[in-house]
Design a protein around this ligand. Structure first.
Ligand SMILES: Cc1cc2nc3c(=O)[nH]c(=O)nc-3n(C[C@H](O)[C@H](O)[C@H](O)COP(=O)(O)OP(=O)(O)OC[C@H]3O[C@@H](n4cnc5c(N)ncnc54)[C@H](O)[C@@H]3O)c2cc1C
Ligand SMILES: Cc1cc2nc3c(=O)[nH]c(=O)nc-3n(C[C@H](O)[C@H](O)[C@H](O)COP(=O)(O)O)c2cc1C
Length: 599
């Protein structure tokens, strides 16, 4: 509604100016102005009141404010977005803002008609895909059935990783679609790279200020939100130095694989974890690679750099990522070289093919000379991200220890041998008695079902890790639910990880069924999905009896093939069309009965 001269304390010219300006303001701008006017007592006018009613409003202190409810929705695969969403909700509530946190898997699309302020915290999974818990909501939102959202105000915090081609895509999907459906953006989308704590904290503050101003809520003192780090302060930035108690190569001589079983002591740390959680390892870069890079750069290894004033060599070994190229990094490097080939590469829409199998050393060797100095060079590198490993022990069984199962990554590319940063560091460098810097990464989305429920575990290769933890837990607690494991690797003789433990569990009933697939022992390659197909009738029976299905391990091939097989089994055994079987699997996912921890 327009402001009328007759109802206001303004003259005609002022009314004209206000009527021109006010409809163009965003909610954030209105609230800022509102707060500004109230705070400076420059006027008794509350801007929103003018817009809505065209009449002078009550003074800010006495104006009755309707509190809008905030719905915090999260899309999360491994728990980061979920933990942030919970923390944000806690902080909003501590500031007397009515807020609730809901998983996108649990959020009823019909509720969209009723929500008021929606804050979305969304990570991206797969190759630019939504996390499993958000697949249904994402699909609904992009369908014709999605309602108009012009009664909604919203903001999005997007988590991602710049080393992926589709950076923060799911967050952008939600942002774009809310806008298209008419919702009003409270704040522009904020993207967060792997080091998300700082930008997320700033977004928290910004959004809370906007919401607090909207409801005239006094800004409360900082409340301490629950942490997601196993009840301790150990994080990626403040890891615990855990002593290595045991280190075993689970593969026998002659294997193509090298899988490390690592047992670490958590004594004195107070760290707790549950089956399904992961252990973060803070890795170090390969020393030979660092030295080769410093030589290629022609830099002084002892030059003190960064705020920490550590030597260039130490910064490159301990703190900075040098093995992953991304478009943002190439763009920064391009500012320091005029090499035309490199400028052309960076100008391409996708740098996916170029970055695959290359690292910073490849660029430095091929596209110089560069105009940077030591400090400028380190300033363009991002912090080396922690690597997550599914915990393969249960605390009920191992007490103040934690076990992980790490596949060593090594390959040759562009004529040079390459080493997976964390896995090779652990496999080749770490000895019993050394320490490894770790922290627990809680994953609330990958947990055992009630003790009496049947559970199907599909975990080839290192994918077996969380299932060893689940089975240890079920044995310790005397769970009555049946457990069925599908495990696969290349060769029976050299690669049957945890064979004796699995057979003992089979013998004592902790494990009801065990099916194994060794792909290179026969002419025809046999994988876990083939074993599932052979057991189709019984698998379908378990699913009908309420079994939970868990998949862990390779995301690119295995997880996709397993899902396709699951759909085929459900279609064939349940006499369903493929579309109905797909819907059935989605339903299982929504119910939290089909859970994946894939990478
Ligand atoms: C929730 C979660 C749980 C996980 N659990 C486990 C686990 O239990 N056990 C486990 O071993 N891993 C697990 N991982 C994977 C683990 O976090 C690391 O990604 C893995 O160990 C590789 O890390 P890295 O530092 O050794 O290798 P990096 O230095 O990160 O190198 C790996 C990268 O090298 C590139 N690469 C690999 N091979 C080639 C090739 N042939 N040509 C070109 N490029 C190539 C790929 O881009 C790959 O991403 C898990 C991951 C997640 C997210
Ligand atoms: C298997 C896998 C695939 C991923 N794919 C993408 C991607 O395509 N784009 C992106 O920006 N980030 C991607 N990421 C990074 C995650 O979004 C990021 O780590 C985020 O913090 C995870 O949050 P979550 O724990 O809430 O799922 C991927 C991470 C994993 C483990």
């Amino acid at each position: 509604m327009k402001l009328q001269v007759i109802n206001s304390p303004f003259n005609e010219e002022q009314v004209q100016l206000l009527n021109d300006l006010l409809p163009k303001l965003t909610a954030a701008q209105k609230q800022w102005l509102n707060g500004y006017l109230a705070a400076t007592s420059a006027s008794d006018v509350i801007v929103e009141e003018i817009i809505d009613h065209g009449a002078p409003a009550l003074p800010a202190e006495t104006a009755p404010q309707k509190t809008r409810t905030v719905t915090v929705l999260f899309a999360s695969q491994t728990g980061n977005a979920q933990n942030l969403a919970q923390k944000l909700t806690f902080e909003l509530q501590a500031k007397n803002i009515e807020a609730e946190v809901v998983s996108m898997a649990k959020f009823k699309p019909n509720s969209l008609k009723k929500v008021e302020d929606v804050l979305i915290v969304a990570s991206t999974n797969g190759e630019g895909e939504p996390p499993d818990n958000a697949l249904g909501f994402h699909e609904f939102l992009y369908s014709k059935r999605a309602p108009k959202l012009d009664h909604v105000r919203y903001a999005v915090l997007a988590l991602g990783d710049t080393s992926y081609e589709f950076y923060c895509k799911t967050g952008h999907d939600f942002d774009d679609r809310f806008k298209e459906l008419g919702a009003e953006q409270l704040l522009p989308i904020v993207e967060c790279d792997v080091d998300y704590e700082e930008p997320a904290a700033k977004w928290f503050t910004d959004i809370q200020n906007i919401l607090a101003q909207a409801t005239n809520t006094p800004t409360a003192e900082n409340a301490t939100a629950p942490t997601a780090t196993g009840g301790t302060d150990y994080t990626r930035n403040n890891p615990f130095a855990a002593e290595v108690l045991e280190k075993i190569n689970l593969n026998m001589t002659g294997s193509n694989k090298h899988t490390v079983h690592l047992e670490l002591s958590l004594e004195g740390s107070g760290i707790t974890y549950e089956p399904g959680d992961s252990l973060g390892i803070v890795p170090k870069n390969n020393v030979q690679l660092v030295d080769a890079l410093i030589t290629a750069l022609g830099f002084d290894a002892n030059k003190l750099v960064t705020d920490k004033q550590v030597t260039l060599r130490d910064a490159l070994i301990n703190d900075l990522e040098i093995t992953v190229l991304s478009k943002p990094l190439l763009q920064k490097i391009a500012e320091f070289t005029t090499h035309s080939d490199f400028q052309n590469i960076v100008a391409q829409t996708s740098v996916k093919d170029f970055v695959y199998g290359r690292d910073v050393l490849d660029v430095v060797e091929a596209y110089g000379p560069f105009s940077w100095n030591e400090e400028q060079f380190v300033s363009i590198l991002r912090k080396i991200p922690g690597r997550l490993y599914s915990i393969s022990s249960a605390q009920s069984a191992v007490d103040e220890e934690v076990h992980v199962t790490i596949g060593r990554v090594g390959y040759e590319s562009h004529g040079r041998e390459r080493f997976g940063v964390a896995s090779t560091h652990v496999a080749d460098t770490i000895e019993i008695g050394d320490t490894v810097n770790v922290y627990v990464h809680k994953n609330p989305n990958f947990k055992l079902p009630a003790e009496d429920k049947p559970a199907i575990f599909i975990g080839p290769g290192t994918g077996i890790a969380p299932f060893r933890s689940f089975l240890q837990e079920r044995e310790e607690t005397g769970a009555t639910g049946e457990s069925w494991l599908f495990f696969g690797e290349q060769h029976f003789v050299t690669d049957f990880l945890y064979q004796t433990e699995l057979q003992a569990w089979l013998a004592n009933g902790t494990l009801t069924n065990l099916n194994v697939a060794f792909s290179r022992d026969t002419d025809q390659k046999v994988y876990v999905q083939h074993r599932m197909q052979e057991e189709a009738a019984e698998l379908y029976d378990w699913i009908n009896r309420g079994a939970y299905i868990y998949v862990c391990g390779d995301e690119k091939h295995m997880a996709k093939d397993v899902e396709q097989t699951l759909i085929q089994i459900i279609a064939a055994q349940g006499n369903k069309s493929e579309a109905d079987a797909v819907a059935f699997v989605k339903e299982l996912q929504q119910e939290g009965r089909y859970l994946r921890d894939v990478y």
